[in-house]
Design a protein around this ligand. Structure first.
Ligand SMILES: Cc1cc2nc3c(=O)[nH]c(=O)nc-3n(C[C@H](O)[C@H](O)[C@H](O)COP(=O)(O)O)c2cc1C
Ligand SMILES: C=C(O[C@@H]1CC(C(=O)O)=C[C@@H](OP(=O)(O)O)[C@H]1O)C(=O)O
Length: 361
């Protein structure tokens, strides 16, 4: 079964390639009667779109949302929602030299090995341009979660290379090109990216996602654990190489007496678990971190092979992000929202109306 869909009850199906005519998605399972404005969806897309600063790819796309169905007079109708955006700035000729060559670090080799055919213009279906539609779909989930349950899903750049950015203020995240929560780090980040661009290199990053006000009870005890589904959704973002929930990999060095979260009648006294126990949300904030690798398409020559299995040396052209982690913040928020939304609707279909509220902090 082609893997173009995510979710069980809230289902998102995307289509389109980076240099094709358009990208689109179909959302099934969106409850009716939910207010959603085109402006809100567009604003979410604008947070992710390329070409908005010198610190990301210079491909300039409008990412203008077309709502084809499922919304009438600004209200969801309960039917399938169809959304598209057009590609307008492909410059596909820049990829002519890649027709028969596999870029190391990108999806070219494996895609061709599987399908025996490849759209070599940009990354084709494997380009992170596809994630625009995840952000558009995520806007519907975010809107529902916020309006009906006051669930807030927010992300920020917590590390770029060795530069760590602590969460000092949510207010500045959308006011700088890095989604950085620490005003003192913005100049440092700017200089770092300028230096990387000068050296034609790229760098990795970490993003942190925090979900506030998630009620307890979302998730399943076995296969569709909430943490497992979050890992699936976040790992499905291009270039993501690692995920942590709560204390993540640092549990390796912890003692049981340090790690378990004490429970009191007002809630949990700590949150090492990252808001999920036994695959089910416990009412504490859900905290996830993802690691994104450095962009592979850099202008430094590298050896590879062509379709005839001959050794070749290439220098990659095209317009690329010096750090893919920066623009991944709204994508990670969207994927998290889609999973929380899906599990919330699953809860309602199995257990009825949600009455548990999250633990107040
Ligand atoms: C927001 C975002 C932007 C990206 N931009 C680029 C890019 O400009 N050039 C590039 O080579 N890879 C870019 N990537 C990463 C590739 O899409 C990714 O490495 C590729 O699909 C192969 O998948 P993998 O790295 O998960 O194995 C980007 C990823 C994200 C999430
Ligand atoms: C266009 C976007 O980012 C692109 C993501 C991407 C990649 O390989 O992932 C490669 C570059 O584009 P192309 O597919 O033309 O090579 C980026 O510019 C976007 O995010 O909208």
């Amino acid at each position: 079964m082609p893997g173009n869909t995510i979710g069980h009850i809230f289902r998102v199906h995307t289509f389109g390639e980076s240099h094709g005519v358009s990208l689109g998605c179909i959302i099934d399972g969106m409850p009716p009667g939910i207010k959603i404005s085109k402006k809100y969806i567009q604003n979410e897309l604008n947070r992710r779109k390329p070409g908005t600063s010198q610190y990301t790819t210079q491909r300039r796309e409008m990412d203008k949302i077309n709502i084809l169905s499922g919304v009438f007079n600004g209200i969801t109708t309960g039917t399938s929602i169809g959304l598209t955006i057009d590609n307008i700035d492909q410059r596909s000729q820049d990829y002519n030299n890649l027709k028969n060559i596999f870029r190391p670090g990108h999806a070219d080799y494996t895609y061709y090995k599987k399908y025996k055919v490849r759209d070599h213009r940009g990354g084709g279906r494997s380009s992170a341009r596809e994630t625009a539609m995840r952000v558009a779909a995520g806007a519907f989930a975010k809107q529902y979660l916020k309006n009906i349950y006051n669930i807030k899903i927010r992300g920020y750049l917590s590390q770029l290379g060795s530069i760590k950015c602590k969460l000092k203020s949510w207010n500045i995240i959308n006011k700088n090109p890095f989604f950085c929560p620490d005003i003192n780090k913005i100049e440092i980040l700017k200089n770092k990216i300028k230096e990387l661009k000068k050296n034609k290199n790229s760098i990795g990053a970490e993003i942190t996602i925090i979900c506030n006000n998630v009620p307890s009870g979302l998730g399943e005890p076995v296969f569709d654990r909430l943490d497992a589904d979050l890992a699936h959704a976040l790992m499905s973002i291009n270039a993501v190489k690692g995920i942590e929930i709560g204390d993540g990999f640092s549990v390796i060095n912890q003692l049981g007496s340090e790690n378990r979260d004490e429970i009191s009648k007002t809630g949990f006294l700590s949150n090492h678990s990252g808001g999920i126990l036994g695959g089910i949300s416990n009412g504490e904030p859900i905290i996830a971190k993802i690691a994104l690798k450095p962009t592979s398409s850099i202008n430094i020559p590298i050896n590879t092979i062509n379709k005839n299995n001959e050794n070749v040396n290439i220098q990659i052209k095209g317009r690329h992000d010096p750090c893919v982690g920066i623009r991944a913040v709204p994508i990670a928020e969207a994927m998290t929202a889609i999973i929380i939304m899906d599990h919330l609707l699953r809860f309602q279909s199995q257990c009825g109306k949600i009455t548990q509220i999250s633990n107040k902090k």
